[in-house]
Write a protein that binds this ligand. Structure first.
Ligand code: DC
Length: 210
């Protein structure tokens, strides 16, 4: 069974994806890491993030096994990832890698921005996880502070709004809910409540597609 989870930054989709993967005993791919790792390689080499040829070369060189999550999780890397993710040729390179991951016999959980629309359009379970920008900014600020980053709520909120705008407005695979995705708004839910709701949605979808 393939579970496709999309949504904007800090909506809770990552945690929900991890917990669903555990619940259904499926491998999980956080596809944002692919864009973050591509941007990381470019920044490490002093390259401009808008340089499509270099971005494609960086994406081609990625291996799923060598992600150093500590170096990829920061606020700056989210912004950088969003810039390289707007380059269509980068998305084309990463598409194959994601589809290969999703084609395992047992299935998989993938989370990102275009999983239900582009990467796995036939997934039997599709979730679009969202929350208000203010709620997401609060969560992201807490998370970044717990990682030792000294961030200001107002800056995090404006970063989230800018990223939403770029991810939604780009021409290639923009952030949008698939027509057949189930919407899960986590604004008023704590993590356990959000996970319970997601498991119930996935169990229902699994039962009807069986
Ligand atoms: O989910 P995240 O915050 O780690 O993603 C970082 C950026 O990568 C996000 O702003 C847009 C991009 N991204 C994407 O375009 N498509 C995906 N499937 C996943 C992430």
């Amino acid at each position: 069974m393939i579970i496709a989870i999309d949504g904007p930054a800090a909506s809770g989709k990552g945690t929900i994806a991890r917990r669903l993967a555990r619940h259904f005993q499926l491998p999980h791919l956080d596809t944002g890491l692919l864009y973050r790792a591509t941007a990381r390689v470019m920044l490490d080499h002093g390259q401009r993030l808008e340089d499509a040829d270099r971005a494609v070369a960086a994406a081609r060189g990625l291996a799923l096994t060598d992600f150093d999550e500590e170096r990829l999780r920061g606020a700056q890397m989210g912004e950088a990832a969003s810039i390289v993710a707007a380059i269509p040729q980068v998305r084309a390179v990463l598409l194959d890698l994601q589809r290969r991951f999703a084609s395992r016999p047992e299935g998989a959980v993938l989370d990102g921005r275009d999983i239900g629309t582009v990467i796995c359009p036939d997934a039997p379970v599709k979730l679009f996880v969202t929350a208000s920008p203010e709620t997401r900014a609060q969560r992201r600020a807490l998370e970044l502070r717990s990682r030792g980053e000294d961030v200001d709520y107002a800056d995090v909120l404006s970063d989230i709004r800018r990223r939403d705008e770029r991810d939604s407005a780009r021409s290639s695979a923009p952030l949008v809910a698939a027509p057949d995705a189930v919407l899960l708004d986590t604004s008023e839910l704590d993590i356990e409540g959000a996970v319970r709701a997601a498991v119930a949605i996935a169990e229902r979808a699994k039962a009807t597609s069986a």
